[in-house]
Design a protein around this ligand. Structure first.
Ligand code: SAM
Length: 261
């Protein structure tokens, strides 16, 4: 099978990295795991070898159907699903997963994680992802850095993220152009933050033009008048010349609470 770039098909071949992912996830018999993009099933088999309650896997590339269906036939707690993980109806998963462990296709990283975070209110609170290193650095970026972006701020508002291991491109076949990193995300609070679009709307509007000040980017957001917007900045004690990337998570939350109420 020819690996397709558009499906982000760089398959993990390094056994040490595989072991690290499995041991880091601290799996137990109550865990229902979701894997995105099982590919040839390297990570899938390692997950199934653990004492977990169940495993769901979602794959887009139909060419993998024969080998993955063969695996599904022999594993009673393995549920295979076909489709695009970005558009997938996660509410249909039964039992519902509590952990996502995946070497994800890099081209869908940001929309996929946004989508998955919405399900923290249903108990999906632990994520262990192999990501492109640049994406990993954006997720953990501090305020006042050019890497800071809406998804990273959101994860900070809901819990914590850390790079567990930097991973060389040589650990994959075919060898990708970029290095990778294993990132662990733990969701611990604000589980319903993404239940409506206000928080993500605020961040995306705020970051829309990075060279503009935040207050300029937010003009007209959620029908808020300019006067009210200035009042919000004043009462939150936020400098009106600040840019989106410079705000702390706490400052974003202060603005959000006032926009919401
Ligand atoms: N898990 C395997 C491994 O670790 O070797 C494969 C990982 S490979 C980086 C990404 C996998 O995701 C491929 O199997 C690819 O076909 C699949 N994929 C790509 N886009 C997808 C999408 N939108 N939804 C679900 N799976 C997708």
């Amino acid at each position: 099978m020819i690996a397709l770039k558009r499906f982000g098909q760089n398959f993990l071949v390094d056994k040490n990295i595989l072991s690290l992912i499995i041991s880091r996830a601290e799996l137990n018999s109550n865990d229902c795991v979701l894997e995105i993009g099982p590919g040839h099933g390297v990570l899938t088999r390692a997950l199934l070898a653990e004492k977990i309650y169940c495993l769901h896997a979602i794959e887009l590339d139909e060419r993998l159907r024969p080998e993955l269906e063969e695996l599904e036939k022999n594993e009673k707690n393995f549920n295979l699903h076909w489709g695009d993980a970005v558009k997938f109806d996660y509410n249909s998963l039964n039992p519902f997963p509590n952990k996502v462990i995946a070497n994800i296709p890099y081209n869908i990283t940001t929309p996929l994680i946004w989508n998955l975070l919405k399900f923290s209110s249903r108990g999906l609170k632990y994520f262990l992802f192999m990501l492109q290193k640049e994406a990993a650095l954006r997720i953990i970026a501090e305020p006042d850095t050019k890497e800071r972006y809406p998804l990273g701020v959101t994860i900070e508002a809901m819990g914590q993220a850390a790079i567990v291991k930097n991973v060389s491109k040589k650990c994959f076949r075919p060898i990708p152009d970029v290095d990778s990193a294993v990132v662990e995300i733990k969701i611990e609070k604000n589980f319903d933050l993404l239940n409506n679009s206000l928080w993500s709307g605020l961040l995306h509007k705020g970051f829309a033009h990075r060279r503009k000040t935040l207050i300029n980017n937010l003009k007209g957001f959620n029908n808020i008048s300019d006067i009210k917007l200035h009042e919000i900045f004043e009462s939150a004690d936020i400098n009106k010349n600040i840019r989106a990337e410079d705000l702390t998570c706490g400052q974003w939350q202060k603005i959000f609470f006032q926009v919401r109420d």
